[in-house]
Ligand binder design. Sequence first.
Ligand SMILES: C[S@@+](CC[C@H](N)C(=O)[O-])C[C@H]1O[C@@H](n2cnc3c(N)ncnc32)[C@H](O)[C@@H]1O
Length: 226
Amino acid sequence: MEPKEPQINKQVVSKQRVADHGEVYTSEREVNAMLDLVKQESVRIESRFLEPACGTGNFLIEILRRKLNIVANRYRKNQIEFERYSVIAISSIYGIDILEDNIEACKSRLLELFETGYKKLYMDNIKGTCIKSVKFILNRNIILGDALTLKTVDNPEEPIIFSEWSPVNGNMIKRRDFTMCNLLEAESSKISGGLFEDVYESDPAFLPKPVKEYPLTHFLRITNVE
Ligand SMILES: C[S@@+](CC[C@H](N)C(=O)[O-])C[C@H]1O[C@@H](n2cnc3c(N)ncnc32)[C@H](O)[C@@H]1O
């Protein structure tokens, strides 16, 4: 039998999924109340969020909504700036879930949220390259994996790898890939902090090492770089 399509507005899909995976979604009201506790970060366009059991993305969608509202308010009159900051907002959101249908639903929701706002503002002028970059980033950032073993679901030998996307010189992006395991090791050596390198500046002994670095690339062409 095909897996049941996750139902975004329900907190429970089935008793079986609750028993197997503890799958009970957080309601929108609770999500927003929790995000209000870190309000400043949730409206900072480039602040990085990782949800290690993201389900269909109830937290990630509200974080993205807050960030994209800021982007639209600030940059709606300048299309390239709107696109650039939207890509930065999306590239800072990360999720892992162990169920494939949840990951697919999560990526679709995040993409749809961006596309709806983008089309509303620039109807006839939307760029295929921008949508392509956003899809590419979502496919890299929202990962089908096991947050306990830190391995992918498709290949339990393969580590979960996250891409860091750093804006450089206006329209360029630097991509560096890290294993989640390495990020957590470095993180546990610190008392507090965020996801990537800005956290480790004060103590270079614990800098996580990228497994791969990519050349600087224009944000509308990131799908071209391997
Ligand atoms: C309680 S739900 C929470 C979903 C979402 N965070 C929310 O608050 O709406 C738990 C989620 O964790 C996922 N999950 C369970 N075990 C996991 C694991 N080892 N690694 C990653 N995700 C897991 C389930 O598939 C489910 O989507």
